[in-house]
Write a protein that binds this ligand. Structure first.
Ligand code: ADP
Ligand code: MG
Length: 258
């Protein structure tokens, strides 16, 4: 393997007496949509926290395109090309929709802090460019008409889209999504799923943590199944659907009814 993509190797994470992840390994090829599914408490959010630098692993390694990243702080992972959304929305509710996206673009702006402080020409040019890029992103997500509304005025579905738009503002190669479809009405599920597919077609690799197994099976190139912090199985959606160990991990329910 040429090292392109994300490689998770023997990752464990302990919280006191709880082993949230126990020696989990898998790889995300550049350009694929890899989903991570499993019952509540499986360790899915902990895994995304480890990939994005919110939490350090107790042991194990994570590489992106051949470079070890498991000890990099979160902001340096964004610079390395990883961005994420959160299971519980983390928008700045009093800031405008546009400003929320521009916060996500911040790490890609060239002007330094002193430039920004002094209002230098370079910083102004960068702000204008960042604003134009943010508006393009909002257009792509169907949110352009909402650009100047406060984030708290958005519907839940629009807010979920805004979180993804904000993550895309750092121009990531690898996008981590924690339950982007959870709590959405049916129409919005379709819309967000289409956005995920479109971002992937445009070249973004995606790690999708999601309980909507039907959507997972439709969107994913491959699926990793976790339960109680343990790796259970990995394979194509068709292989996972008929995998006995997966069905057992979902307590006897067929995987597509979970
Ligand atoms: P999932 O996202 O699959 O539902 P989590 O990764 O949130 O699972 O949690 C996995 C396990 O780790 C759970 O038992 C949870 O209670 C525990 N856990 C997660 N984060 C923490 C934390 N910060 N402190 C203590 N325990 C945690
Ligand atoms: Mg979770």
């Amino acid at each position: 393997m040429n090292g392109a993509g994300l490689v998770v190797s023997h990752v464990s994470r302990r919280f006191g007496g709880v082993l949230a992840l126990n020696g989990v390994s898998f790889a995300v090829r550049a350009g694929e949509i890899k989903s991570v599914i499993g019952p509540n408490g499986a360790g899915k959010s902990t895994l995304l926290n480890i990939l994005s630098g919110v939490t350090a692993p107790s042991s194990g390694t994570v590489s992106l395109d051949g470079r070890r990243i498991e000890r990099l702080p979160a902001h340096r992972r964004v610079a390395a090309g990883i961005a994420r959304t959160f299971q519980n929305l983390q928008l700045f509710s009093d800031m405008s929709v546009l400003e929320n996206v521009m916060v996500g673009a911040h790490t890609t702006q060239r002007a330094g802090f002193m430039d920004a402080l002094c209002g230098s020409r370079k910083s102004n040019e960068d702000t204008v460019r960042a604003q134009a890029f943010a508006l393009d992103l909002l257009a792509q997500f169907g949110l352009k008409s909402r650009a100047h509304s406060p984030a708290h005025a958005l519907s839940y579905g629009e807010a979920k889209l805004l979180e993804i738009a904000r993550a895309m503002a750092s121009r990531p190669r690898m996008l981590l999504l924690d339950e982007p479809l959870a709590g959405l009405p049916y129409g919005s599920v379709k819309q967000v799923a289409e956005v995920v597919r479109a971002l992937n077609r445009a070249g973004t690799s995606i790690v999708l943590v999601e309980h909507n197994v039907k959507a997972v099976m439709q969107l994913s190139d491959s699926v990793v199944v976790l339960a109680n912090g343990e790796f259970v199985s990995e394979g194509t959606p068709d292989a996972i659907r008929s995998d006995r160990a997966v069905i057992d991990a979902y307590l006897g329910e067929p995987a597509d009814a979970a």
